[in-house]
Design a protein around this ligand. Sequence first.
Ligand code: DGY
Length: 321
Amino acid sequence: MSKIFITRLIPDFGLNLVRESFPSLDIWFDELPPSREQLIERARGVDGLLCLLTDKIDDKVMDAIGPQLKVISSMSVGVDHIDIAAATARGIPVGNTPGVLTDATADQAFALMLSAARRIVEGERFLKAGKWVTWQPNMLLGADFSGSTLGIVGFGRIGQAIAKRAQGFDMRVLYHSPNAKSAYGAQPVDLDTLLRESDFVSINVPLTSQTKHLVNAEFLAKMKPNAVLVNTARGGVLDQNALYNALKSNKIFAAALDVTDPEPLPLDCPLLELENCIIVPHLGSASKKTRDMMSLLAAQNLIAGLNGERLTNCVNSEVYK
Ligand code: DGY
């Protein structure tokens, strides 16, 4: 019987499917993820690993698990926590969960963009602090959506779903994404044009060695002073010190971050002092239906890998060549 380790309690949708075929699976039940040592100890000798984006699965971890490991299935679309090259070198397919979180993440990008542009969080703080004395013509003025330009950096599934939503807000949409075809009336442009012309900039690229700190001081300096930056991709794509300086000196109007580096964000992070920065704890895919579907896809990938079948969603399909 195959041995399985699941690194956290996942929704029943996926868990029950795995349990039907592999009742003796091992689960890490704590609220916090296993430490590296704990993960290695529990995963040593398993045939299948179902992990989350909080688990770093690198070369050494794969070595420690052992040569019998047949599949790594992550309940996430992003796989920057897994050393894909190391898995491929071992012939281990790595599964992820694309598609099912597209709408939830695009909704979150819009919720954050609206909140930052219309100063929703700041307004609520203002009210709760007893500062609302009367309606005033100049109180907490924000940015308009209608007629503005949205620039999407990374035009994959989520980027396109954001463009689709932008049509309903009468926004002009630009995108920068090598090789991506246009959709929803969005216009491909080079990055400098996007930054120069956009009132809203949405980051939707995966974290790789090429995109690490893509949003740096130089990137931010090219944005408009009225611009709002939204990141629902990965915290590592953004240089947080550079963002702090840009927001503090009003080089850009506001930012809204669903993701940070590190996660969780330490409470002494200077970004938390700023009124023009909204930060939420990586909630892009946090809807019940979406998490159910993510767990289901992760379970299906795990089971396929254990049965020696091709994973439905495999990020390193070279292993099948
Ligand atoms: C993912 O699946 O990579 C997302 O970041 C989860 O919200």
